[in-house]
Write a protein that binds this ligand. Structure first.
Ligand code: PHE
Length: 340
């Protein structure tokens, strides 16, 4: 029996030495030391031994078990160490390797332009407000003093949703909303989308953006309007530009004007950008019509105000010399990337 035990030991030791992975090692452990293993079954047979033999064989058996357990433990440790080294090797990181660049997005040119316009007015103390794109006919036309037969009310110019609801054709209805919801002093700009039934071409789009401005306080005059817009034009196009107010008509302002700047490209001598005239129209403006103030609940004996409205696309096209408005909506990366 002793001999058998030593044979088992030698066999096991050989297998342990040869084992190359933890699974094989575990299998050896079960095969020799497990409940149904070789060593265990030998020990089970000890019952048939004599009283003198038993302690001797028992000692050898324990010794063999001890040796095998220790050998297996060691082999496991070695395999674990090898595994660890391998993992470390696989996880090494070459921090000197150059990375893969992710493509970087850029702001849309209309956003860039709108941000620039907003920044100038915010620096003059204007607050930014907004109104809905789906508006009432009342806010878009009636409360803005538009005559019942005004051509812009026509179905061919305006997207009607129902008899009383439309897609706003201008940001001016935000004037009405602001007058009704705020008490003077009022000093706001309102950027947003507008819609008109236009067939798309190089200068027309059924959807476009405007920035509205409204200021109402005591003692506001045309001089305040001129000063504000002159500063705005100089900040946007450069301190060398001059502004010119040309008489115009809007139902909601009186007097009304269109504002031109001297061409920032040629300085006024005439070029492609200003179509030879030396001047570029940039916005519409005027003193808020008393009817509009009254409709907004403002006491016209105490307060007066001015308003202006400009097309964001138009200003972006002028500033960046874009010759087709449709480029803004196609989202061709080759176009958009140029405004980083
Ligand atoms: N709403 C006018 C337009 O769309 C612009 C404007 C706004 C003019 C405010 C005067 C005052 O043309």
């Amino acid at each position: 029996m002793e001999k058998e035990l030593y044979e088992i030991k030698d066999n096991a030791m050989k297998l342990i030495e040869e084992s190359e992975n933890k699974e094989a090692l575990e299998q050896i452990r079960v095969e020799f030391l497990g409940k149904k293993g070789h060593l265990t079954s030998v020990l089970r047979g000890m019952g048939s031994l004599s009283a003198e033999e038993r302690p001797v064989v028992g000692k050898v058996a324990n010794e063999v078990r001890g040796v095998l357990e220790e050998a297996i433990r060691k082999a496991f440790d070695e395999l674990n160490e090898v595994e660890k080294q391998e993992n470390l090797k696989n996880e090494t990181l070459d921090v000197t390797i150059s990375g893969t660049k992710m493509p970087l997005g850029s702001k849309h040119p209309l956003t860039v332009t709108l941000d620039e316009i907003s920044k100038i007015f915010i620096s003059m103390g204007f607050q930014v407000t907004e109104g809905p794109e789906v508006e009432t006919v009342y806010n878009n036309f009636d409360a803005l003093n538009a005559p019942k037969n005004h051509p812009s009310r026509d179905m061919t110019d305006t997207f009607y949703i129902s008899e009383n609801i439309l897609l706003r054709t201008q940001t001016s209805p935000v004037q009405v909303r602001t007058l009704k919801s705020q008490a003077p002093p009022i000093k706001v700009i309102a950027p947003g989308r507008c819609f008109r039934c236009d067939s798309p071409d190089a200068t027309h789009s059924p959807m476009f953006h405007q920035v509205e401005g409204l200021l109402v306080d005591k003692g506001i005059t045309m001089a305040d309007l001129k000063g504000t817009l002159d500063i705005f034009a100089k900040q946007l196009f450069g301190s060398q530009v001059k502004t010119k107010f040309r008489p115009h008509y809007f139902p909601f302002t009186e007097p009304s004007a269109e504002v031109d700047v001297t061409c920032f490209k040629c300085g006024g001598s005439g070029c492609r950008v200003c179509k030879g005239s030396g001047w570029i129209e940039i916005l519409g403006a005027g003193m808020v019509h008393p009817n509009v103030l009254k409709e907004g609940g403002i006491d016209t004996e105490v307060y007066s105000g001015f308003a202006f409205g400009m097309g964001v696309e138009r200003i972006a096209m002028l500033k960046y010399e874009v010759d087709d408005i449709r480029l803004f909506y196609e989202n061709d990366m080759r176009f958009i990337e140029q405004f980083r």
